[in-house]
Design a protein around this ligand. Structure first.
Ligand code: BES
Ligand code: MN
Ligand code: ZN
Length: 494
């Protein structure tokens, strides 16, 4: 575990590496002047050589002369309009460039933006994330300490809250990166139990029989082609004094082969990622509990393998969801909406103030918004605004998408209440969202399609290639906002 500590003011501090932010056109951030005064012309030379002018993501490293209190100075570009996410990313670049230094000191948290200390901790810790479980050869060690120059007790505590958030993202990333062979639905249930047990979180694990008793025909239908039976997790965090109830629903397909509507091999390569919605929900709940937020949260994750085994649901089969709605399954690869249908109905039964679902739902959303932006759909403008504002503060990019009523007819079936795919592939992400809407009734609901950003395509700032944990930070921030707004004016969605 990387220790977060306060350090003396610059005048008195010393150490291995000092990371200092610089704004566009080499405008010094906190500590910059101090460094420049002591390193003088040599610093200018290094910056010129590196073509460093302070743009976001630029990094210049300089070995220091004898007598300087730090062995190396790392200058990190912040750009000109500094926002929380810029600080988080800068801390991420620092974390990448210092992973071989045991002790790292920084002034980055001194940038005058609210929440900077937390963002620094989040960015630094997440940048040093690695998924090494299956490597035979050990990789070089990571940092053991990050020191915040001149930090007071409040800043250090804020940084520790950043660690809570980073740990939750790590939980999600580990679950997503785990090969499908190692994460049957029952294994995911065990992981959730390990998370919930030491916390103030109740966990109910529904096995196949219980799932059947509850009439979760969508989940059963998806799981039918796998030898690994489904599970449904219902978790509840209910702190004293909570006045708002948030329901989170996460798509937990432990592997998506497409089922009998089998995916081509290449499209299957990343489908261990299809558990990302559930992973985000579990991570968010862990952090919400560790932060002690005054919000009741009910989390529901349907877990199933989508496989083409002998018992598999066949194109044309009809399933009956928890609320009685019948669904003609024309494409077994549109399985996410089938398990979410049951999950959303269950979520509505706890009478929440707001339901948010997170799902790697459609390739169409990935096509529309690319690798790094999620799509957002909602039946309630206030709810959508709440989620989008939280995403912004959390540094997760989302984009609002429409729910056009006249497209609903794309989902009309010849034999059942609904069919699970639209008539054409156009607007595929919208059709999926319209399908989900059928299962939420009148409850304010926000659907977040994370098909793109659930899996980060490259090593970049605090993201590593592979499972990103996208959604954890937005859900935690949303819970914080709901708690705050309730404390201040009594209307969580106003
Ligand atoms: N899990 C996939 C969606 C997906 C695709 C996520 C690519 C991440 C990257 C989902 O279950 C799926 O297969 N959707 C189909 C729906 C179609 C059959 C209507 C799709 O998008 O092709
Ligand atoms: Mn699928
Ligand atoms: Zn899927």
């Amino acid at each position: 575990m990387i220790e977060l500590a306060a350090a003396e003011e610059l005048e008195a501090a010393e150490g291995e590496v000092l990371a200092v932010p610089v704004l566009t056109d080499r405008v010094w951030g906190p500590g910059g002047e101090w460094v420049a005064e002591r390193l003088g012309g040599r610093l200018t030379e290094v910056l010129d050589e590196a073509d460093f002018d302070g743009k976001p993501g630029q990094v210049a490293s300089m070995p220091t002369p004898d007598g300087f209190p730090f062995g190396r100075v790392l200058l990190i570009g912040l750009g000109d309009e500094v926002e929380l996410e810029g600080i988080r990313q800068a801390a991420g670049w620092v974390g990448r460039r210092t992973a071989r230094n045991r002790d790292v000191a920084t002034t980055l948290h001194q940038v005058d933006v609210e929440g900077a200390s937390r963002a620094v901790a989040e960015g630094f810790l997440l940048a040093q994330y690695r998924f090494d479980r299956y490597r035979s050869e050990a990789r070089p060690p990571l940092s053991s300490r990050l020191r915040l120059i001149g930090a007071n007790a409040a800043q250090l505590e804020e940084a520790e809250r950043g660690r809570i958030v980073a740990n939750a993202v790590v939980l999600a990333r580990d679950l997503i990166n785990e090969p499908a062979g190692g994460k049957a639905p029952a294994a995911v249930a065990e992981l959730a139990a390990a998370m919930a047990e030491p916390r103030q979180i109740d966990l109910e694990i529904l096995d196949e029989a219980a799932i059947s008793d509850l009439g979760l025909g969508g989940l059963l239908g998806v799981a039918a082609g796998s030898e690994r039976p489904p599970r449904l997790l219902r978790l509840r965090y209910r702190p004293e004094g909570a006045k708002v109830r948030l329901a989170l629903v996460g798509k937990g397909i432990t592997f998506d082969s497409g089922g009998l509507t089998l995916k081509p091999g290449a499209a299957m390569e990343t489908m261990k990622t299809d558990v990302s919605g559930a992973a985000a929900v579990l991570g968010a709940l862990q952090a919400i509990s560790d932060l002690g937020l005054e919000v009741e949260v009910v989390a529901i994750t349907p877990l199933a393998d989508n496989m083409p085994g002998g018992g598999a649901t066949k194109p044309g089969d009809v399933l009956r969801a928890r609320n009685g709605t019948t669904i003609e399954v024309l494409n077994t690869d549109a399985e996410g909406r089938l398990v979410l249908a049951d999950g959303l109905v269950l979520a509505g039964e706890v009478e929440p103030d707001l339901i948010v679902d997170l799902a790697t739902l459609t390739g169409a959303c990935h096509v529309a918004l690319g690798d790094k932006i999620a799509g957002v759909w909602s039946n309630d403008d206030g709810a959508a605004q709440s989620v989008m504002a939280a995403a912004r503060r959390a540094g997760e990019r989302v984009w609002a998408m429409p729910l056009p009523d006249d497209y609903r007819k794309n989902l009309e079936s010849d034999v059942a209440d609904l069919k699970n795919v639209g008539a054409s592939r156009y607007g595929g992400a919208i059709n999926a969202a319209l399908f989900l809407r059928e299962f939420v009734g009148e409850v304010p609901w926000v659907h977040v399609d994370i098909a793109g950003p659930a899996r980060w395509p490259e090593e970049e700032h605090y993201q590593s290639k592979g499972g990103s944990g996208f959604g954890v930070r937005t859900m935690v921030t949303l819970a914080e906002d709901l708690a705050d707004r309730l404390a201040h004016d009594g209307d969580p969605l106003g």
